[in-house]
Design a protein around this ligand. Structure first.
Ligand code: 3H9
Length: 685
C-alpha cells in the first residue's frame, strides 16, 4: 500500500503521508506525491491541495537509507518541481520537523502553514551534503540570503515563529492543523498567479547588491568550518542562487550535490548518523526488560564533575540531592552551578525563570543519609579505589532497595567497586566527560553483575538528559581513555626520538582533532594522575609536575602561555627533552609527520580493535561515537574505526608492522586487526 493517500474535503484534495517513523521521502513517498499532483491537476473539481503528514512529523528529509544505492525515479528534485508546477495552489501543513527534503517539499509548495512547535531546517550539511532538491535556490529566495547561509551551513533548524517572521511560513496554526490548513487552502484557492518560490528574486538583492556577503560569511565562520567540505559547497550553491537564473542555479546545485555525495566525508557523516542511533541499542537485551523509575538523583561530590553531572538532571527537570563533606565545598559547588546557569541565561539560551526552576530542584546537604530516597546515586569523588570502595560500602547501608548505584570513575574497575556492596547487580559506571554539563558523551559501564534493567535504565535516562550513551565493558579506561594510553605512550616516545610537542600536536590538529596530545595535557592539567612526589622523576611529565608546570592553569606546561593563555613553544621544555634524550641514550633523528600518524593514530586503531575483540565495546561504530563525542575526532572522518576502514586495514597493519621495532616491547598487534586486514574485511560496513 502506498504511504501517500488522498481524500477530498470539499474542493480541497488532502494528500496525506503515512511513512513512519519520520515520513522520510523514500521512493514510494516520492511516487505517491507525484501521483497526487497528477490527480489534482486532472480533476476540475479540485481547487486546492494540502500536503500533510501523519505521526510525529512532517517529512524529515530524503530517506538516508537509500543513499549509495541506485536511485529510483522519480528523484526528489523532480518531485518538488512537480509540486511547484501543480496548477492548483498547494499548501504544506507542517508539524514536527520539516527537515531537508521535507523543507524542500514545503518550499516548492505555494504556501506553508505550521503549528508553533514545528521546526524547519536543512540539516544536510551534517550528513556532508547540501539541500539538493532545489533547497539552496529556493531557501534564499524565501528566507533571504544571510538566513539561508546560516541555516544551510549550520544545519540547525529554526522554530515556526521565527519562520513566520521571516516569511518562510505564511500562517501559524493554533488548533487542529488539518482543519485550518484546509480552510487556508480554501482562502487561497482562487489566487493567481500562484506564488512560486523559484520565480521570486526580491530577497536575492541582499546578495546582488553586496556580493561580499559570502566572503564575509566564510571569514566569520572559518574556524567552525575547518576541515569540512560541505559548508563551502552550501555557500557556493547559495552564491549561485544570487548569480544565476533559477534553472541554472539548480544545475549548479546538482553538480555540487553529486560531488559531495561521491566523497568520503559525506559517507563518513551519514555512517555516523546511524552509528549514533545504533549506540543506544543494547545487544541481547530481553524484550520484556523494563527500566526502573528514576524520580530523584543523588550526587556525591560537589566538585567540577559532581556539579556538572547534577546540572544535566536539573535541566531535565529531575530533582537532585547533592552531598558534600564540608559546608564550604558545598557552597562553592552550588555557587558554580548557579553561575554556569546564569552565564547560559546571559547568552539568551535560558530564561531567568528557568535558572530558578533548575536551581529549585537542587537539594544541597552535608547529610549522607539524605541519599536514602534517591533512585539513582552517582558518586563523583576523588579517583582512588579505596575512597570509592568506602563510599559504596556506606551507600549500600543507606540506599533504598532497587536504587541504582553508579560511579563516575574514568578508569577504575567497576566490578571491584561493586564488590564493596551487597548488591553488585545494582551497580554500574556512568562515565561523564568534562565539562559534564556540556559534553554529549556518556560511557555506561556494565559490570559483570550489572542487571539488564539497570543498564536499560541508564541508557534511557541518558536520552532524557540529552546525552549520547555508549555501553562499555570493564577495563582500565573503558573505551575512550583506554585508547588514549597508546597514543600518549607513543607521543612521549616520539619526543625523545626527535619530534617536538608542536610537531606532534600540529599533525593531530591537521588531521582534524581539536588539539593534539600535549595541548590536551596542558588543558586538562599535566598533574592529573601524577604521583605527587617531586623527588620521583622518571619521565618528562614527572619533571614538569615537579617544576610546577601543570599546564594552562599555571601558565606553563608543555608550552609557555601568556596572560591571555596563548601558547608558544617552550625553550625550557626543549631543553628538558634534550636532557631526557641524553639520559636515555637515544639519538635525535628527524621524525616525519607520517610516522607520527602511524605511531599515534594507528596504535589507537589497534587498541580499538582489542576493545572490540574483548567485547568491551558492543560494536565498532560505538567506538566511533565515543571518539567523536568525547574527544572531538572529526566527524567527517567518521571516527577511528571508520577512518581505519577508509585508510584500508592492510595499510594500518602495514604501518604498524613497519613501526613495530619503535613501538616498544609493550606494544602488541590486535588479532582481530590482523585477521580482518588479511581477510580484506572492514570494522564497519
Ligand atoms: C536530504 O533530505 C537530502 C535532500 O536535500 C536532497 C535529496 C536529493 N532517513 O533520530 P531518531 C530514522 S538528507 C531514514 O531516533 P528523533 C532513524 O535512523 C536528509 N531514516 O528520532 C531512526 O531509526 P531507528 C535530511 C531516518 O525523534 C528513526 O528514524 N534530513 C531519517 O530523536 C527515528 O529517528 C535529516 O538529516 C531519514 N531522513 O528525531 C533529518 N531520519 O529507529 C535526520 C530519521 O531504526 N533525522 N530516520 O534507529 C533527524 O534529524 C531526526 O531523526 C528527527 C527525529 C529530528 C527527524
Amino acid at each position: 500500500m502506498s504511504p501517500i493517500s488522498t481524500r477530498r474535503h470539499g474542493e480541497v484534495l488532502i494528500v496525506t503521508s503515512n511513512n513512519p517513523p519520520v515520513n522520510a521521502l523514500g521512493h514510494a513517498v516520492r511516487e505517491g506525491l507525484v501521483r497526487a499532483m497528477d490527480e489534482a491537476d486532472g480533476d476540475d473539481a479540485v481547487k486546492a491541495v494540502v500536503i500533510i503528514c501523519e505521526g510525529n512529523t512532517f517529512f524529515a528529509g530524503a530517506d538516508i537509507t537509500e543513499f549509495g544505492k541506485p536511485m529510483q525515479m522519480p528523484m526528489l528534485p523532480m518531485v518538488v518541481d512537480r509540486i511547484e508546477s501543480c496548477t492548483k495552489p498547494v499548501v504544506a501543513a507542517i508539524h514536527g520537523t520539516a527537515f531537508g527534503g521535507g523543507l524542500e517539499v514545503a518550499l516548492a509548495s505555494h504556501y506553508r502553514v505550521a503549528v508553533p512547535s514545528a521546526k524547519l531546517g536543512v540539516p544536510e550539511v551534517k550528513l556532508g551534503l547540501l539541500p539538493g532538491a532545489g533547497g539552496t535556490q529556493r531557501l534564499p529566495r524565501i528566507a533571504g540570503v544571510q538566513k539561508a547561509l546560516e541555516m544551510a551551513t549550520s544545519g540547525n533548524p529554526i522554530g515556526a515563529k521565527e519562520a513566520y517572521e521571516i516569511g518562510l511560513v505564511d500562517r501559524l496554526i493554533e488548533g487542529d492543523l488539518e482543519q485550518h490548513a484546509v480552510a487556508y487552502a480554501a482562502e487561497v484557492m482562487d489566487t493567481r498567479p500562484l506564488p512560486k518560490s523559484s520565480e521570486r528574486d526580491d530577497k536575492l538583492h541582499e546578495a546582488r547588491d553586496n556580493p561580499a556577503i559570502f566572503d564575509e560569511f566564510r571569514k566569520a565562520n572559518a574556524r567552525k568550518f575547518r576541515g569540512f567540505e560541505a559548508p563551502e559547497s552550501n555557500i557556493r550553491a547559495i552564491e549561485a542562487a544570487g548569480r544565476l537564473p533559477y534553472s541554472q542555479g539548480v544545475m549548479e546545485e546538482r553538480r555540487l550535490f553529486m560531488e559531495l555525495m561521491s566523497g568520503t566525508q559525506a559517507r563518513a557523516q551519514q555512517y555516523f548518523f546511524f552509528a549514533e542511533r545504533k549506540a543506544s541499542k543494547i545487544e541481547g537485551l530481553a524484550e520484556d526488560t523494563r527500566p526502573r523509575d528514576i524520580r530523584r538523583v543523588g550526587v556525591i561530590g560537589a566538585g567540577t564533575m559532581g556539579g556538572g553531572i547534577s546540572m544535566n538532571f536539573l535541566s531535565a527537570g529531575i530533582p537532585v540531592t547533592i552531598v558534600e563533606m564540608a559546608e564550604e565545598a558545598l557552597d562553592r559547588g552550588t555557587g558554580t552551578m548557579r553561575k554556569n546557569y546564569e552565564a547560559t541565561a546571559a547568552k539568551g539560551r535560558m530564561t531567568a525563570a528557568q535558572v530558578e526552576q533548575a536551581m529549585g530542584l537542587l537539594r544541597p546537604t552535608l547529610d549522607f543519609g539524605a541519599l536514602a530516597d534517591c533512585d539513582l546515586i552517582i558518586e563523583a569523588v576523588f579517583e582512588n579505589m579505596d575512597v570509592k570502595k568506602d563510599v559504596f560500602g556506606r551507600l549500600d547501608k543507606i540506599a533504598k532497595p532497587g536504587a541504582i548505584l553508579a560511579s563516575n570513575t574514568s578508569y577504575l574497575n567497576i566490578d571491584e567497586i561493586a564488590a564493596a556492596t551487597s548488591r553488585p547487580e545494582d551497580v554500574l559506571g556512568l562515565h561523564f566527560f568534562s565539562p559534564a554539563n556540556v559534553m554529549k558523551l556518556l560511557e555506561v559501564v556494565r559490570g559483570a553483575k550489572t542487571a539488564p534493567d539497570v543498564l536499560l535504565t541508564a541508557m534511557q535516562l541518558a536520552k532524557k538528559i540529552r546525552k549520547v550513551a555508549v555501553v562499555a565493558g570493564v577495563c582500565f579506561g573503558f573505551i575512550g581513555n583506554r585508547m588514549l594510553i597508546p597514543r600518549q605512550t607513543q607521543a612521549n616516545k616520539l619526543l625523545l626520538e626527535g619530534a617536538t610537542p608542536e610537531q606532534i600536536d600540529r599533525v593531530h590538529v591537521e588531521f582534524g582533532m581539536p588539539m593534539g596530545p600535549f595541548q590536551m595535557a596542558d588543558l586538562a592539567g599535566v598533574d592529573i594522575g601524577w604521583h605527587r612526589d617531586p623527588n620521583r622523576i622518571e619521565n618528562i611529565r614527572d619533571k614538569l609536575c615537579a617544576m610546577g608546570r601543570w599546564g594552562q592553569k599555571k601558565g606553563a606546561g608543555f608550552y609557555d602561555y601568556d596572560e591571555k593563555r596563548r601558547p608558544s613553544p617552550s625553550p625550557v621544555v626543549a631543553e628538558l627533552i634534550d636532557e631526557f634524550r641524553a639520559r636515555a641514550g637515544v639519538q635525535s633523528r628527524e621524525v616525519t609527520d607520517q610516522e607520527i600518524v602511524e605511531r599515534t593514530l594507528y596504535t589507537m586503531v589497534n587498541e580499538a580493535a582489542k576493545i572490540l575483540e574483548e567485547g568491551v565495546a558492543q560494536r565498532a561504530s560505538d567506538i566511533d561515537v565515543v571518539w567523536v563525542y568525547g574527544y572531538g575526532w572529526p566527524v567527517y572522518r567518521g571516527g577511528p574505526m571508520f577512518w581505519a576502514d577508509t585508510e584500508g586495514l592492510p595499510e594500518i597493519l602495514g604501518g604498524l608492522q613497519r613501526q613495530q621495532e619503535r613501538l616498544g616491547p609493550d606494544f602488541s598487534l590486535s588479532d582481530l586487526l590482523v585477521r580482518k586486514a588479511e581477510a580484506g574485511e572492514k570494522f564497519t560496513r
